[in-house]
Design a protein. Structure first.
Length: 371
């Protein structure tokens, strides 16, 4: 089973070949990263859609968040958001427009992940029901998210029309709409049902998990349309009933919660508990949705570490390194494996690799705490 997961991930299934050509041009300086965002496109096709996605990623890795932000069709999102009359009126409230804009700062999230030693990339292009999709992936500190955007033409330009955000379990427009509604209700009608959502949020922050779960359960019918509800519910569920966590997630799926959202939570749960077979099974359920992203090797390696299979974990991390940039967690996890295997030569070699990759000083290396 382990060999199957490795071979599948290394094939990069789902990433179109033209992307590698595009990225080669961008990274070697032979392309012009600014040209595509203003280029007129009359028809949708794989080449142009994939090129747009590649340029968004290229910009993010150069600290440019605006290329991603400006690729979002704000007019379309605003139209969808304004279907709620309360939210629509919120645009006339002081700060309403600015709050809407802040909700759509997807580029900042990508750049922040990169700056934290994580990664942001384009992992899949596909067509479904005549619509062109691109999937971006962000990774930061063993936290994973995928964003599945529908691409369309607007005034002769390609734009990201709408997207399903995996770690929110909803469409981008739904997330923005309910974030605005929550903010507005707290300002204009704080004694309405949103007070319970605010209370649960505060309880969660204070690690009063049982109280937060009780608050959410008691007011579920009034609050479950808010994406924040399930984020808080699942977080507190894990803290209070880890033994039945997976079974409870399955119950949520029966209630209509999106499977992709729940699979991400299942993956993190199994990885952090060293459940190897379950981790592999969850990855293999995600791959048909997200594409065969090599980031899954990092998570499978982490699961092996938690299971104290350090040599297996090291082998998996080294395989991941062939397909991923040397992000901090990948390098540091390798270092941890060498330390636990008491492989001094391997440890020193890995340390030198990190020194070169991150420009670390000798003092920083000495102060590095390897658990």
């Amino acid at each position: 089973m382990k060999k199957k997961i490795h071979s599948r991930l290394l094939t990069h299934i789902g990433i179109p070949a033209c992307i590698f050509a595009v990225l080669f041009l961008l990274t070697t300086g032979c392309g012009n990263p600014q040209s595509t965002t203003s280029e007129s496109v009359d028809t949708l096709d794989e080449e142009h859609v994939s090129t747009l996605a590649a340029r968004i990623v290229f910009a993010g890795h150069n600290g440019d968040a605006e290329t991603f932000n400006k690729a979002i069709n704000k007019a379309y999102i605003r139209e969808r958001v304004s279907e709620n009359s309360i939210v629509n009126s919120g645009f006339d409230v002081e700060g309403g427009e600015a709050f809407f804009d802040k909700c759509l700062q997807v580029g900042e999230q990508a750049v922040r992940a990169i700056n934290n030693g994580g990664d942001f990339t384009f992992v899949r292009y596909y067509i479904q029901d005549g619509e062109h999709h691109v999937i971006f992936r962000t990774y930061d500190n063993f936290t994973l998210n995928f964003s599945d955007y529908i691409v369309d033409t607007v005034d002769g330009k390609l734009m990201l029309q709408e997207g399903f955000i995996y770690n929110l379990g909803c469409m981008l427009s739904t997330s923005v709409q309910y974030s605005m509604l929550y903010n507005l209700m707290l300002q204009t009608n704080p004694e309405s049902d949103v007070k319970w959502l605010q209370q649960a949020e505060e309880q969660t922050i204070k690690h009063k998990n049982e109280a937060a779960l009780k608050t959410l359960t008691n007011h579920k019918e009034a609050l479950k349309e808010y994406p924040l509800f399930y984020q808080l519910y699942i977080a507190n569920l894990y803290q209070t009933d880890a033994k039945h966590f997976i079974a409870r997630l399955d119950e949520l799926q029966q209630e209509g919660v999106d499977e992709r959202y729940l699979l991400l939570h299942k993956l993190l749960f199994h990885v952090n508990n060293g459940h190897l077979a379950e981790t592999e099974n969850t990855i293999n359920q995600l791959i048909p949705q997200t594409g065969d992203d090599p980031i899954y090797l990092l998570f499978y390696g982490k699961a092996n570490m938690e299971a104290k299979k350090y040599q297996d974990a090291l082998t998996i991390f080294q395989t991941a390194e062939e397909a991923l940039p040397l992000i901090w967690d990948l390098w540091y996890s390798e270092l941890q494996c060498y330390a636990r295997l008491k492989d001094k030569a391997g440890y020193e070699k890995c340390l030198a690799k990190g020194k070169e990759a991150y420009g670390m000083s000798e003092e920083e290396l000495r102060n590095l705490k390897v658990r």
